[in-house]
Structures are given as C-alpha cells and as structure tokens.
Design a protein around this ligand. Structure first.
Ligand SMILES: [Zn+2]
Length: 115
C-alpha cells in the first residue's frame, strides 16, 4: 500500500481485525495494567475509535508529515482542553482561567481571540 502524507490514519488499517468485544479499548488497557512497567500505547482500529464518545477522545492534529496522536480520557469528571495552536492538553478549568487572565494560551501565547 502506498503511503501518502495526508493520510495519517493509515496506521489504523494495518492492525489485525478486531473481535466483537464490547469495549476492545478497555480490554487492551486491562492487559497493560496487569503486565509490565513499560507503557505501550493501546492500539485500536477504526471501528473501535468510531465507537468511542468523541468527548473522551482528544486528537493532536500535528501538521504533515507527523502523525495525528489520539488520546482517550479515562476520567470523565475531569474536563480536558486541547489548545488548537500548540496541541498541549490542559485541565479545562485551569486553561480557561489562565486564558482569561492573560488573554492568550498559557503555553504558546496564542491570543485568546484566535483560540
Ligand atoms: Zn497553546
């Protein structure tokens, strides 16, 4: 298969087909937690990703040729904001307070009106 730089999700199709577990993400996460100390990112396929609540999934959309990075929040009570400019993740409460105080992103200083 030919790689094209604007098709960053190609990686998703290179995995073996998934079985019909209710939540393959959780199953894979559990096997990590029971295992060793090395963190291995959980890999899920397109169908699992589509089945996730899009408020739980944060996507760092890096410019080409970098690949998009996908994160899933496991703490639904903790609201997380992704800065669209620097792709840093913040607790929403902290971020909103800092943006209001400084009128820009606390990390990349992108002016608030462009966030
Ligand atoms: Zn930022």
């Amino acid at each position: 298969m030919k790689r094209s730089p604007d098709f960053q999700s190609l990686q998703l199709t290179e995995e073996p087909p998934e079985d019909d577990e209710d939540d393959p993400f959780t199953a894979k996460l559990m096997s990590f937690e029971q295992g060793g100390s090395d963190f291995v990112p959980v890999c899920v396929g397109r169908s699992t990703l589509q089945a996730m609540n899009n408020r739980e999934v944060l996507v760092k959309k890096w410019p080409s040729p970098l690949k998009y990075q996908y994160y899933r929040s496991l703490l639904p009570d903790v609201s997380i904001t992704l800065c669209s400019s620097c792709n840093r993740l913040f607790h929403t409460d902290d971020y909103e307070l800092l943006v209001l105080q400084r009128n820009c992103c606390p990390f990349c200083r992108k002016p608030a009106e462009h966030l």
